[in-house]
Design a protein around this ligand. Structure first.
Ligand SMILES: Cc1cc2nc3c(=O)[nH]c(=O)nc-3n(C[C@H](O)[C@H](O)[C@H](O)COP(=O)(O)OP(=O)(O)OC[C@H]3O[C@@H](n4cnc5c(N)ncnc54)[C@H](O)[C@@H]3O)c2cc1C
Length: 591
């Protein structure tokens, strides 16, 4: 019997696995998707090869790319942007690692306290979360982004539009700032040349400004896996978990199995309580099923698969909140077209931002040709110049909302990709019971009935809609102040790429699945440590750092509650994931 089984090796699961392996527990990490142990031989950086959702190497599907991607039913025009594989969706993420705004925590008493989703706060205070943020920030590590021309343009626009600069990690006021990114700072030749011969490790270290964050980071060439620039969990927490004996006193390496899709969580009645006892997983390559028992089971399969697995396992759902309350930052996209190059294809995917606590946030994002063309099309406001779906947004947008197609799209794209700046508009959206994951009535796949994702794009709460309009309006103001001659708002169709809170932790047993320890309210020894555990949309900022901080806190709780251990975050100094002992052990393992 294992001590702990963790289901899913994305943003959250490896964090829990690493922390518990470092304490000497016998941890098994099961990942349904592929393990790209040597990505440099398989990854190309071509957009279609990497990100085509059906056949790309960064998709939600099995490792065999001739097999279909795993299907989800959508109740609306939408694309849930998640990946399978070791690293999960962090393989594509751009590493932005802001903290949640303090206003979403239980103890917040600032003058703007009613601006937030007040009914769904964290069940504990911001001050309790800070040591876990600091621990993760030191481990990954999180550092102020390296910047270039596109960031200079953004900062000038923000200042000209009247926003103040923010420089501390805790953001309480509307402001702009460099990103705090989970990307190693450039060193040596990095950022100083584009000559590939001069950009191999150790001549170059950290971010080489290659501009390929979303295609999976593989640089600097020849760097050990734990020194690759972007700190997706396949480069940070997973290497730590599987080498724990090499760097943690008393640590024990976690067992990682990829292509291992968990299809059932087993329970027994212990002292009259439903209690998790293990899992069944299916080997995607052979089709064989395996049973494994554990003292504790941790779900980290992401916001869509966790409810699916819960339902397929027949686990209890007495308050009907399993799968409900899904938040997605109700993403919108506002693009500025500049009369000159702003070098938008160079550098980290997003190295600058603006924050609007309780309203949302902006990411000033790098462009790429097919992503930009996709964004110009991904609208819920009909086709620009032809019809509006009854939604065309009046006022400041001068009719420049909606899908851009045909000659209009061609003309726009001919502006040149380095002339675009697109702003990802993250909305602080409300937890709403109607936005949820259920089981689809369509035929299932090899892992059982498939999930159906319901996000009511056109029926969001008044606060959510007002927040999205407000933050989009600011994006236009900043882009114009920065010198864009054309500004287009997509009124984007549903593109959940920050999916949160479908198995939420909460104060109230009426509308939450997890208690304040991260344990399932109705199943003992079952915990959740990914985005689905987040109580709310965090006030707007990107979620992964908060998920990893919460996963660290939950790992401590597991250690205390079921293994008689002492907490460590307030007493120890974290080991950084770039530690040479990890590189040395990976080399011994041929990784
Ligand atoms: C384009 C893009 C850019 C992004 N940029 C940022 C950013 O800059 N900053 C930020 O904070 N966030 C960003 N995100 C979001 C970020 O990727 C997620 O917040 C994070 O990955 C969520 O972690 P997770 O563990 O909840 O889920 P995931 O990372 O999706 O991981 C879940 C894992 O579980 C596996 N799994 C699912 N079901 C099972 C099962 N039954 N058995 C075994 N394995 C299973 C999946 O295959 C997957 O690997 C971005 C997302 C996208 C798409």
């Amino acid at each position: 019997m294992r001590d702990v089984i963790v289901i899913g090796a994305g943003g959250g699961g490896p964090t829990t696995a690493k922390e518990l392996a470092a304490q000497g527990l016998d941890v098994m990490l099961l990942e349904g998707g592929p393990r790209n142990a040597h990505p440099r031989s398989r990854w190309s950086t071509f957009e279609n090869d990497s990100s085509n959702p059906l056949i790309g190497y960064l998709r939600f599907g099995p490792s065999d790319r001739s097999q279909p991607a795993w299907f989800r039913e959508h109740a609306q025009n939408s694309f849930v942007w998640q990946l399978s594989g070791v690293g999960g969706s962090t393989q594509i993420y751009v590493g932005n690692s802001p903290r949640a705004y303090p206003g979403v925590f239980a103890d917040y008493d600032g003058p703007d306290r009613n601006k937030y989703d007040v009914a769904h706060r964290f069940p504990f205070g911001y001050s309790e979360m800070v040591p876990y943020y600091e621990w993760v920030e030191a481990t990954l590590p999180v550092q102020t982004a390296a910047m270039g021309t596109k960031e200079e343009v953004w900062f000038n626009g923000c200042a000209a539009a009247g926003l103040p600069l923010q420089t501390t990690k805790t953001t309480k006021e509307e402001s702009y700032r460099p990103q705090e990114n989970a990307i190693l700072q450039p060193g040596g030749n990095a950022g100083r040349t584009s000559d590939p011969n001069l950009l191999a490790h150790p001549l170059a270290t950290g971010c080489t400004f290659c501009g390929h964050c979303p295609h999976g980071c593989i640089r600097p060439i020849d760097a050990p896996r734990n020194l690759i620039a972007k700190r997706s969990t396949d480069n940070s927490y997973v290497p730590m978990a599987i080498t724990a004996e090499a760097w943690a006193r008393g640590g024990r390496p976690a067992t990682l199995i990829a292509d291992a899709f968990v299809t059932k969580i087993h329970t027994e009645s212990v002292h009259g309580r439903t209690t998790a006892t293990g899992v069944t997983w299916r080997d995607n390559r052979t089709g064989e099923h395996h049973r494994e028992d554990a003292k504790v089971v941790v779900m980290a399969g992401g916001c869509i698969e966790n409810p699916r697995l819960w339902f397929n396992s027949g686990l209890p759902n007495p308050n009907d909140w399993v799968g409900r309350g899904l938040t997605d930052h109700f993403l919108d996209a506002v693009t500025g077209v500049f009369p000159h190059s702003i070098k938008s294809t160079q550098g980290a995917g997003s190295a600058a931002r603006a924050d609007f606590p309780g309203r949302g946030a902006h990411l000033s994002v790098q462009s790429a040709p097919s992503l930009q063309a996709f964004l110009f099309n991904a609208s819920d406001s009909g086709i620009r110049g032809h019809y509006t779906n009854g939604r065309g947004i009046p006022g400041q947008w001068d009719g420049l909302t909606g899908r851009t197609v045909g000659p209009d799209l061609k003309d726009l794209m001919m502006s040149g990709i380095d002339h675009f700046m697109w702003v990802a508009v993250l909305t602080d959206d409300d937890v709403e019971a109607q936005n949820r994951v259920v089981l689809s009535g369509l035929p299932g796949d090899a892992h059982g009935p498939v999930p159906k994702v319901i996000v009511q794009s056109r029926k969001r709460s008044a606060r959510t809609v007002a927040n999205r309009d407000y933050v989009s309006g600011w994006a236009a103001k900043i882009l114009r102040a920065a010198g864009a001659h054309t500004v287009i708002r997509q009124d984007a169709m549903s593109i959940p790429l920050h999916v949160q809170s479908s198995m939420r932790m909460g104060h109230s047993a009426e509308d939450s699945v997890l208690d304040a320890d991260g344990q399932a309210r109705w199943v003992d020894r079952l915990f959740i440590t990914d985005n689905s555990a987040l109580p709310n949309a965090l006030g707007g900022p990107n979620p992964t750092l908060s998920t990893q901080a919460l996963a660290t806190r939950t790992a401590e709780r597991i250690f205390q509650l079921y293994f008689g251990g002492d907490p460590w975050v307030r007493t120890e100094v974290p080991v950084v994931s770039t530690d040479p002992r990890i590189s040395a052990r990976l080399a011994q393992l041929g990784l």
